[in-house]
Ligand binder design. Structure first.
Ligand SMILES: C[S@@+](CC[C@H](N)C(=O)[O-])C[C@H]1O[C@@H](n2cnc3c(N)ncnc32)[C@H](O)[C@@H]1O
Length: 336
């Protein structure tokens, strides 16, 4: 059994390597939202499939539109003090600093923060605010109380096993009336709803047949494993775990902490904050929209069709979305 410290090092290295790979050949959205370029992000050295980053096209999808709104909302939040959790290569910290905020940006991965710092050091137009980078483990880190006006978390909380401790900690770190903005994956773990399982099955089936920039062998292995599990569970009535996308996530390099479930995360947020707004996105088209490998004149309509069609299913609650975006507030005297 791997020790916690060993897994933490693996986690930090994995995200460091991912950031280094992503920043070859273009500017990733994860590093600079405003200056991101269109290019093929090559991750094959990590055993992952490539994806094609196309900021303009992404901004026309339901998730892309919501991401733009999220960033605008964060930039316009009242107050100067901000904390960005799991900041990674720093795109959100950078946007907050560009809006004039004093940002504490925290992440486990020293290598990933190094990628962010070296990119930002070369920016000709410096942000009007500032970023203080912190390398630390959010499972144990403590924050000063009543300090921040805004706390953000983009795609990182599902890597934190001690999520309830962290929520209590950031609740205390926010000023009364302060805002907590999050965008998170809520598909992790084994206790998923029926609609989530249908969405996952649909996604894996689509991924098998669509022309993606992923090696076909990876997609086929994942699909075979899903069909085998469903067959054993529902036809042979065997007691097997229905972890549909377990095999898809099996790469040469991977995050050892993917198991905080959406349910755990959202109920913990609900326990500590008042959630003001929450929206789900992407039941089955997320990977396809990122990785569809077609000439652009076909890629653009295909992705727009797929992403909006998917959104219709999520909006009508026929399927469950993979990602949740929301904002919550610490109760207190400050008004919005
Ligand atoms: C999917 S990445 C998201 C990064 C960034 N927010 C983005 O969207 O580009 C997850 C991030 O969580 C960080 N992380 C994972 N476990 C952590 C921990 N225990 N403490 C702090 N950061 C952690 C990783 O280093 C990684 O940067």
């Amino acid at each position: 059994m791997d020790s916690y410290e060993h897994n933490l090092r693996k986690e930090a290295d994995f995200w460091g390597m991912m950031a280094e790979e992503r920043s070859k050949g273009g500017i990733p959205l994860t590093m600079d939202f405003q200056r991101a370029t269109r290019y093929r992000v090559r991750r094959s050295s990590l055993g992952w499939g490539d994806y094609i980053q196309d900021p303009w096209l992404e901004s026309l999808t339901p998730f892309g539109i919501a991401r733009d709104d999220f960033i605008d909302f964060a930039r316009q939040a009242k107050g100067k003090r901000a904390l960005d959790l799991c900041c990674g290569a720093g795109f959100l910290s950078l946007e907050l600093a560009r809006a004039g905020k004093r940002v504490d940006a925290i992440d486990l991965s020293r290598r990933e923060i190094a990628v962010a710092r070296s990119y930002q050091a070369k920016l000709r137009k410096k942000p009007t605010g500032s970023i203080h980078w912190i390398v630390a483990d959010l499972n144990t880190h403590t924050f000063p109380k009543n300090t921040y006006d805004l706390i953000t978390a983009w795609d990182g909380l599902h890597h934190i096993p001690h999520i309830d401790r962290l929520m209590a900690e950031i609740h205390d770190a926010l000023k009364p009336g302060g805002m907590f903005l999050f965008s998170e994956r809520v598909w992790g773990g084994k206790q998923q709803s029926f609609r989530t399982r249908i969405s996952q099955g649909l996604e894996m089936t689509l991924n098998l047949f669509l022309p993606l920039a992923w090696p076909y062998s990876v997609r086929f292995r994942a699909y075979k494993s899903m069909v085998k599990t469903v067959f054993r569970r529902y036809v042979l009535r065997q007691d097997v775990e229905l972890d549909i996308d377990a095999d898809l996530e099996h790469h040469e390099h991977d995050s050892p902490f993917e198991d905080t479930t959406g349910k755990e995360m959202l109920s913990s947020i609900q326990r500590h904050f008042t959630i003001k707004k929450m929206q789900h996105f992407g039941a089955f088209s997320e990977e396809a929209c990122r990785s569809m490998n077609l000439p652009r004149f076909l890629r653009v309509p295909a992705i727009l069709f797929l992403s909006w069609f998917d959104h219709l299913f999520v909006k009508t609650r026929i399927l469950d979305g993979k990602i949740v975006m929301g904002y919550a507030r610490k109760e207190g005297p400050t008004k919005a």
